[in-house]
Design a protein around this ligand. Structure first.
Ligand SMILES: *Cc1c(COP(=O)(O)O)cnc(C)c1O
Length: 426
């Protein structure tokens, strides 16, 4: 391709990049030297993935039951997604919001056809989708009822992202400590506690935000009666009900979105994580009436809905929304649950309960093993498998939705082997 810029003379430059910047030796220790220490990643560094298989720098194989925290739902380097991404990468990457593009329009059509929603707003992360939802709820209440209706109600142990607003709305104080002053007018209720909801949701509430299945907070499914009570209280008070399905959505529980399994419809739905299978994209979905609250210029983001991200998300959505695909997720979820129930039955000293839905399951540790989920995670990793934790007392399993029965059997074998080793060492 002809170019007038002296640094872009094709192959010579590419060859130089290949032998320098892209080939520098890096290790886990480099993380401690150059990255801000907000994470404590594992000792091994994965370099390549395919489906649920991952390999680290030393060539060691891992069975991945994390899918990058419920993100790579169709597996690593899924050929359908790679094809869609590379086709679009060779066509058009980015325009900016002065122009729309075909992929974002197609994704908007597909998402609104597949859900209760009429309108979509695209951004880049779960936190941003929730931020948009909360801002919309504030503006709607402000416009329709007045400034007094501004209170936001959320649940303890909930997780809604890490911007200052969403982390304040989230119900885990360890994430807000030291970041004060926090935005005011936010209350927390006890998850699945109807009395707590009734006491908190009054006429000054503009939004109630809830995960229909709490992920980070310990893989805790919402009770139908509790979610229905939130719906009723919102109807009564004019507050908007926001379902945060960043983790529970996009097929994870065997339904395109988990709200569909309850038949309780929110006013606003947020999606991210699996929506892009690892390519950053998020969506806030709502109705015509509510969307009209946000006029030109009232909200936005540079990358939101760019052609690369929306092409990937469309390929993901069109794959996951197929009834046969979702039926298999339900089947695999039932298989994983029964396998894990048998496992915890054989290890009653370690685990007390399996909870969750579909392919998002939590293994809850016993009183004797309290605080030790990370020890289990490390032992499993040493044996060639990756699992998540959800707090210090829950081992969380979130394999790609394409997990096979053989991979579930292999996961069972590795977890058992790891528990045997831990128990012997104890
Ligand atoms: C992960 C998560 C978020 C935050 O998403 P980011 O993309 O990390 O900003 C919000 N809500 C829930 C329920 C999540 O699981």
């Amino acid at each position: 391709m002809p170019s007038s810029h002296p640094l872009l003379i094709g192959n010579a430059m590419n060859a130089k990049l290949e032998t320098t910047a892209f080939n520098r030796p890096v290790t886990r220790q480099t993380f401690d030297e150059v990255l801000v220490p907000t994470y404590a990643p594992a000792a091994m560094v994965p370099v390549r993935g395919e489906g649920l298989d991952l390999w680290d720098q030393a060539g060691k194989h891992y069975l991945d039951f994390t899918s990058g925290i419920a993100v790579a739902a169709l597996g690593h380097c899924n050929p359908i997604i790679v094809e869609a991404l590379t086709r679009q990468a060779n066509t058009l990457w980015h325009l900016g919001n002065g122009y729309t593009n075909e992929p974002v329009l197609r994704l908007g059509l597909a998402l609104t056809e597949a859900t209760f929603a009429d309108r979509a707003f695209f951004c880049n992360s779960g936190a941003e989708a929730n931020e948009a939802a909360l801002k919309l709820a504030r503006k709607y209440a402000h416009t329709k009822f007045g400034a007094h209706k501004s209170r936001i109600v959320s649940c303890y142990q909930s997780f809604h992202g890490r911007t200052l607003f969403t982390v304040s709305v989230g119900g885990q104080s360890k994430y807000t400590e030291g970041f004060e002053p926090l935005p005011p007018s936010i209350d927390h209720i006890v998850y699945n506690d109807i009395a707590s909801a009734r006491a908190a949701i009054g006429d000054d509430v503009c939004a109630v935000i809830v995960e229909p299945l709490q992920g980070e907070g310990g893989v805790v499914p919402g009770d139908k009666a509790f979610l229905q009570e939130l719906r009723d209280l919102c109807n009564k008070t004019g507050a908007l009900l926001i379902f945060d399905e960043v983790q529970s959505g996009m097929g994870r529980t065997g339904h395109l979105f988990h709200y569909m399994s309850y038949g309780i419809v929110p006013d606003i739905l947020t999606s991210a994580k699996a929506l892009g299978n690892g390519f950053p994209i998020a969506a806030m979905l709502t109705t015509h009436e509510l969307a009209a609250t946000l006029s030109v210029g009232s909200h936005g983001t540079t990358y939101g809905g760019n052609p690369l991200a929306t092409t990937v998300a469309l390929a993901v959505l069109e794959t996951i929304r197929q009834p046969a695909f979702l039926a298999r997720v339900q089947e695999a979820g039932a298989k994983l649950r029964s396998t894990m129930e048998q496992l915890i039955g054989d290890y009653p000293q370690v685990f007390s309960q399996v909870r969750g839905a579909g392919l998002l399951l939590g293994l809850v540790v016993t009183e004797a093993w309290k605080g030790r989920s990370k020890d289990i995670q490390k032992a499993v990793e040493a044996n060639g498998m990756m699992v998540l934790i959800a707090g210090m007392d829950v081992v969380r399993l979130a394999p790609a939705l394409i997990v096979s029965d053989a991979q579930i059997a292999e996961a069972d074998r590795i977890i058992r082997q790891s528990l045997d080793e831990l128990l012997k060492a104890a």
